[in-house]
Design a protein around this ligand. Structure first.
Ligand SMILES: [Zn+2]
Length: 382
């Protein structure tokens, strides 16, 4: 049983924590981004991009709204970077709680354990930059009701109550990616997909503009070949591995390309992979599939008057790589390359076989039942 002395000591600790919390300085909101070079200006280094001719209109970032779906290892860092860059508004979606098992990644801290990820993130982000408007949704977007709310917030959630400027997928499962894909195809909403492999040593980002680029359902997802035996992932009691490095790198790529898209500078990469074991970064472009199973994707394609056959264009520039390191499809130069994978950039492969179908047919591709278990198993390891 606690003694009076123990309790007195506890009160002292709590009082000191309260004093700390009350004395924390939070800066006042700033109405207009200034390029003035003074120590007290949080935007001087960002506005310097304008003076140096990199970005013409940096302050326009304050008009932009970005939805971040999934506030885990990639999403939380993504949200922090956008907050520090002075984004106008963030809409955060997640249904998880902060746990000690998350502490190998960036952003969340042990004292936040038990809080919902969106609430914990909003509190930290608001402290970093009170100018950013933050909206949170603590729910799973894949259930019907929540999906409809998700759709509405993408359509009407911007600062001017219109569509958001960009959706960033930072989720860790196939169902949530498909839900985002469905919503964005229906709304014609531009988004980025991102992912980190279960063995923590590869990742990717993919730019998806409905009707102009391949959507998430147009072709099997592309994964970076890691040359690691998949069986090592399947053992009982072995959870997915994660590294703050790989997640931070993928978040960095994601936000860098988001900034280029939002502020119209540089070149937005359509697909950028990352292999941590060899520091290799394959890139490629993906055209939409005219026989995509998603009817809104096909509708967006006809709206944008993009016809022609699917699917994949090889990259324009060949990158020098160590050939022997690329497993699965490109084990070595003498290996027979699968016909369906011929046009995928080096170091990349599809997550599963492309279903054989008549590309001129308008019928949706039906997956044979026997393949489904195998397919789901492979997707789980993405
Ligand atoms: Zn599609």
């Amino acid at each position: 049983m606690a003694t009076v002395e123990d309790l007195m000591r506890k009160i002292e600790i709590l009082e000191s924590q309260l004093r700390d919390a009350q004395s924390r300085k939070q800066r006042v909101k700033i109405d207009k981004m200034s390029s003035e070079v003074v120590d007290s200006n949080p935007y001087s280094r960002l506005m310097a991009l304008k003076r140096m001719g990199i970005v013409n209109n940096y302050e326009q970032i304050r008009e932009c709204t970005v939805a971040v779906v999934g506030v885990g290892g990639v999403g939380s860092v993504t949200a922090e970077m956008l907050t520090r860059c002075g984004i106008g508004k963030l809409i955060l979606f997640d249904y998880d709680k902060v746990e000690l098992a998350n502490m190998n990644r960036l952003f969340f801290q042990p004292h936040q354990c038990g809080l919902s990820k969106v609430d914990a993130a909003a509190a930290t982000l608001q402290e970093i930059n009170p100018d950013v408007v933050i909206e949170t949704h603590n729910f799973n977007i894949t259930t019907l009701d929540n999906f409809n709310t998700f759709l509405d917030r993408i359509r009407l959630g911007s600062l001017s109550s219109g569509p958001v400027d960009l959706v960033l997928s930072c989720v860790d499962n196939f169902e949530a990616r498909m839900a985002i894909n469905t919503a964005c195809n229906e709304l014609g909403q531009t988004w980025f997909e991102s992912g980190v492999s279960e063995n923590a040593v590869s990742g990717h980002i993919q730019f998806i503009c409905p009707g102009e680029t391949a959507c998430f359902a147009c072709a099997p997802p592309l994964v970076v070949a890691s040359n690691i035996d998949e069986k090592t992932l399947k053992k009982d009691g072995v959870c997915a591995a994660s590294l703050p490095t790989t997640m931070g790198i993928v978040a960095g790529f994601l936000v860098q390309n988001s900034l280029k898209y939002l502020l119209k500078f540089g070149q937005v990469t359509k697909y950028l992979g990352y292999s941590a074991l060899t520091d290799f970064f394959p890139t490629m472009e993906l055209k939409p599939n005219t026989t995509c199973e998603d009817s809104f994707c096909r509708k967006q394609q006809s709206t944008k008057k993009l016809i022609e056959k699917p699917i994949v264009e090889p990259p324009k520039e060949e990158t020098v790589v160590h050939e022997e390191d690329w497993g699965i499809t490109l084990v070595d130069e003498s290996a027979v390359v699968d016909e369906s994978k011929k046009e995928v950039a080096k170091g990349l492969s599809y997550a599963y076989e492309v279903p054989v179908s008549d590309v001129t047919s308008e019928e949706p591709v039906v997956q044979e039942e026997g393949d489904l278990d195998d397919l789901m198993a492979k997707l789980k390891s993405l």
